[in-house]
Design a protein around this ligand. Sequence first.
Ligand code: IPD
Ligand code: CA
Ligand code: CA
Ligand code: CA
Length: 259
Amino acid sequence: MGKSLEYLDIAVKGWMHDARIKMLAALDEDLDVWTKSGRNDLVTNIDKEIEKFYIENIRLLYPDANIIGEESFTKADLNVDGLTWFVDPIDGTMNFVKQHSHFASMIAVYENGKGIRGYIYDVIEDKLYWGGPDIGVFCNDVRMKEPSNDTLRNGLIGIGAPYLIHNFCNLQVVALASSGTRMYGSAGIQIIHVIEGKCVGYVSYLRPWDFAAGKILAEVLGLSVKMIDGAPLNMLVSSDVLVATKNAQRDIAKLIKKS
Ligand code: IPD
Ligand code: CA
Ligand code: CA
Ligand code: CA
């Protein structure tokens, strides 16, 4: 990839810190808000601005990079040959608009389909979770340990609301078999809870930019990141994703039924 990973880390952290300042400032201003696929699917002027800001900066340093950004990708960008960047400028836009909290900014870098760096920024908490297979995972400057391999029975499970409401794949039974269910409306924040050991799993329908960074961080920390039926994820396809401890993944596999 030419430039070193240390160089990449310094650059990306700088952009994400600058983006955080812009997001926090925007919370004190009137946002322009539009719907996308429906009234529960929002995008704001700040999603667009931050994505543009990231893409311009990536292009300056890596002119040949392929960039899959939630708000601007085209079909032509959907490949993972060479260096591919996944950009989710604000993950949890509904929370950004309604709650002014519980949202993240996410960037992931893959080389020929292999994850090399994931970054998930919990903007309000000012905690950047980042790392890759060669260095491990850090929360800001503190190295993270692998979470304990808890079972479903002994842990909380994050579930995307529509999946639970419609009992997708028997997930109501999975929820009842756990210690409790949690829903935060941001894939990034939910995956942080799994890598920190606060939840044993998270399952939701996710798009590539929702899971690209979390997949890298979770796998480095010994967690399982697969489709709910145990099949491997395709980085270019939206999927029913389960991020979980290996024990919880095994427990959930026994309970799910094809929908
Ligand atoms: C959404 C959030 C939400 C998840 C959706 C995502 P966005 O991301 O992560 O928790 O359930 O599938 O699309 O649109 O706010 O970036
Ligand atoms: Ca969105
Ligand atoms: Ca997202
Ligand atoms: Ca987003």
